[in-house]
Ligand binder design. Structure first.
Ligand code: NDP
Length: 334
């Protein structure tokens, strides 16, 4: 193990994260919910949403921007729309509060929307969609952020990195899940490249003058780019609309106007749409053809299912532990 890194076991990850969050002002319920999401990220080798995020979570608690004692409120706006007011807390407590009610609503209605507002999302999205798929439901979720991505053809950040996640339940084993930023690279990963002094691949972003660059620092000062040119740019725009105006919440550009820039996320909305396949299938005997698709995909050499990378990394982490920079450990440790 290099001297500038520390190896932790997964139990330590949760304990460390929870202690740091409580020290920064979270109550037990909020700290537990956030630490669990941090733990899940480290368990699956998603370091950009694991302990790396804890200093940011803590900064926005200490600044008073985020409510560490949030008690989200649920309301029914229409038979298939669940309103979730996050009480200005981080989203994990909102997810914990709404998940059972929402899954029941989806089963009753066949399709339902969870409209989460007044909340701060600083995590990956796969935990919430997988949670729903582990209950037999198909789910998609998206959220916006602060302006970081330039619209196609432009050079000024306007969209957030705007992730979109989708999860499909399977009769046996884990759901098939993808969770991807509409930016070419998640901002956390660019920050990690900057921290580690590594260049990023082509197409990730442009400098402040609009010139393509591999330098993560220049991209953080300039603009990120959407994946796939104008196509990804339209998906980023769709995420802005679904997670913002559709729910009566901020656009990324509005979130930035009121944000304290304290190192944590900006206030925004999260759109979660879920379907119960038992209600949407016209023939009860159909549905097995999803498995047919997955099998046909895997017959081709070089193909893997999205989500499988996390399972592979999970096995590696279980064997080798969680390796983090010593400097990060020093920042988190109380
Ligand atoms: P990646 O590009 O690393 O991965 C995107 C998706 O593609 C994953 O589901 C991944 O599955 C899948 N994938 C990767 N390689 C393959 C392959 N060879 N075959 C099939 N599927 C593959 O993620 P991003 O950098 O785009 O996003 C990282 C995270 O950042 C996301 O979890 C996102 O939610 C989060 N984020 C959160 C934000 C917020 O505001 N809260 C803002 C922006 C991003 P697998 O895991 O199996 O590799």
């Amino acid at each position: 193990m290099p001297a500038d890194t520390v190896t932790l076991n997964l139990d330590d990850v949760k304990t460390l994260a929870k202690a740091a969050l409580m020290n920064a002002g979270c109550d037990n319920a909020n700290a537990e919910a956030i630490a669990h999401v941090v733990w899940m990220a480290e368990r699956d080798g998603c370091s950009s949403h694991g302990l790396f995020r804890v200093p940011g979570y803590c900064k926005s608690l200490s600044s008073g921007k985020v409510n560490g004692a949030a008690r989200p409120l649920l309301d029914r706006a229409a038979p298939s729309v669940l309103w979730v007011d996050g009480d200005a807390g981080y989203t994990p407590i909102a997810h914990k509060t709404m998940m059972e009610d929402f899954a029941e609503l989806v089963r009753a209605q066949g399709v339902a929307l969870a409209a989460i507002t007044n909340s701060f999302h600083f995590a990956a999205l796969w935990p919430e969609v997988e949670m729903l798929s582990s209950r037999g439901l198909v789910a998609m979720a998206c959220t916006s952020y602060k302006p970081t991505v330039a619209p196609h053809g432009g050079r000024k950040p306007l969209y957030g990195t705007n992730p979109l996640a989708f999860s499909w339940p399977r009769p046996e084993g884990d759901p098939v899940t993808f969770d991807q930023a509409s930016a070419t690279m998640a901002r956390g990963d660019i920050q990690i490249h900057k921290r580690d002094g590594k260049p990023v691949p082509e197409g990730v972003g442009i400098d402040a003058n609009g010139n393509p660059t591999n330098d993560p620092e220049k991209i953080l000062e300039g603009a990120q780019l959407a994946f796939g040119g104008y196509k990804g740019s339209s998906i980023a725009m769709m995420v802005e609309l679904l997670a913002g105006p559709l729910l009566g919440e901020n656009l990324s550009l509005e979130a930035a106007e009121t944000d304290l820039d304290d190192g944590g996320p900006a206030r925004g909305g999260e759109f979660i749409l879920a379907f119960d396949p038992a209600k949407t299938r016209q023939k009860t005997e159909s549905g097995g053809n999803a498995e047919r698709l997955f099998a046909a995909m895997l017959e081709q050499e070089g193909v893997r299912l999205p989500g499988q990378g996390r399972k592979t990394r999970r096995a590696e982490v279980a064997e080798k532990g969680v390796v983090i920079p010593r400097a990060l450990m020093e920042q988190i440790e109380i």
